[in-house]
Design a protein around this ligand. Sequence first.
Ligand code: FE2
Length: 216
Amino acid sequence: MTATAYQQAMREFLSERPEWQAYLPAISLSAEPSAVENPLSTGPVDEIVKHLPDVADLGGADTQHLVRLALAASGALRWFSTYRADDIRVGRGKVARTAVATLAGPGGVFSARHAMSGLFFVREGVEYAAHSHEADEIYVLLAGSGHFWREDLGWYIARPGDVMENASWIQHAMMSAEQPLLIAWAHVGEGVGDRALLHSDDGSLPDGGPTAKEGA
Ligand SMILES: [Fe+2]
């Protein structure tokens, strides 16, 4: 099963990084069928997912194999959007140009207790305004370089292989520029599966960041 190969490789990636061990339970290899609909799911995103091959060559030295395995598994996954299309608080392009898939957790291929993990595909030119959630989160940037913001760090650039943590209720935001991004995400702790709180009224990004190219 192609999703298993990806999941095993992601477990190895995290196993080699002791600082992220708390997230390992989210990368489950249990193949019990998950009977619960993903609680975040708001609709299919086929027109977005067809652009997923754009990230094929954007991995780094320690993530290119994960990109290859994720693309091989992508057809077996159910991709969805996590926000309503008319919610302007989310940020420009967030709904129209991103897609999420759950690997482990409710609605995923694998089951995991009190944890979820999956993939997040972000096309170029997307702004995702500040949001927060109770669950602890890591993003492993698999492909592409992008701009990320955390309330205690400000804006920074992340590259393939970087692991970013957003602890419980800390506000975070992001922006893709010329490159699409493929992100592996994992949530653990209280509030796994809950919808994120949005902190912008109009979808604008936190101050001090880069601005997406018009029409990108
Ligand atoms: Fe998050």
